[in-house]
Design a protein around this ligand. Structure first.
Ligand SMILES: Nc1ncnc2c1ncn2[C@@H]1O[C@H](COP(=O)(O)OP(=O)(O)O)[C@@H](O)[C@H]1O
Ligand SMILES: [Mg+2]
Length: 204
């Protein structure tokens, strides 16, 4: 078993083409709270796996979970989209991302952490890391998900982010069943962001 990544929440191990995501114990948290948090996040992520499999979405399949802290899933081979987006046909890849996000949203799945580190380019783009995802049919939640994608593109791919986001939105529009409402709401969500920004600046 080889450790291939460690974030704030989990250690990721690779063992014979399986990934083990282990939400390890955090000593700085009160034990009861820590156990509860790790358990609820592991359960939440596990639940989404069933839904993703049922719509045949390009994401890892669940192998097994202890429903407490460990999730064993399929290993998706390939580079993170974060590391290759600039060098490849980024408009085309962004269209693929937009289309896939619309498919998730049409199925009322909110990803919750749409960064290009959570996407792997295999034969097609796979979405991973559903640790913050949840089921929701709300327009607001879908708009916020899109907004997070935009912010992620802006911060990690600042030279090309506008082309990327526009391409993603175009593809999203074609695939989404509620694109008008969601994109209208996105403007509102971003208006709130700007307003907050202005207020902050005014205070300084
Ligand atoms: N199923 C998977 N297949 C391939 N790589 C994975 C898989 N799951 C996680 N990884 C790798 O481990 C990293 C961290 O995993 P992730 O689920 O995103 O956890 P975190 O919450 O720490 O971001 C990913 O960016 C990716 O490189
Ligand atoms: Mg991640």
């Amino acid at each position: 078993m080889k450790k291939i990544a460690q974030g704030a929440e989990a250690k990721i191990f690779l063992a014979d083409s399986k990934i083990i995501k282990d939400r390890f114990k955090k000593d700085y948290r009160i034990e009861e709270i820590d156990t509860r948090l790790r358990k609820s996040r592991t359960k939440r992520e596990s639940k989404i796996f069933d839904k993703l499999a049922s719509i045949n979405f390009p994401s890892p399949r669940l192998i097994r979970t202890d429903k407490k802290e460990k999730i064993e899933m399929e290993f998706i081979e390939g580079p993170k989209v974060r590391d290759i987006l600039e060098e490849k046909d980024y408009k085309k890849l962004s269209e693929e991302i937009g289309k896939k996000l619309a498919i998730l949203h049409n199925n009322n799945i909110i990803h919750g952490d749409l960064t290009t580190s959570n996407m792997i380019l295999n034969k097609e783009i796979y979405f991973i890391d559903f640790g913050l995802s949840y089921a929701s049919h709300k327009i607001e939640d879908k708009a916020v998900d899109l907004h997070l994608l935009k912010q992620a593109l802006e911060s990690k791919h600042y030279k090309i982010w506008e082309d990327c986001f526009n391409s993603a939105i175009e593809a999203y529009k074609k695939e989404s069943e509620q694109s008008d409402e969601i994109l209208n709401r996105l403007e509102t969500v971003e208006g709130r962001g700007r307003y907050k920004g202005k207020k902050k600046r005014a205070k300084q």
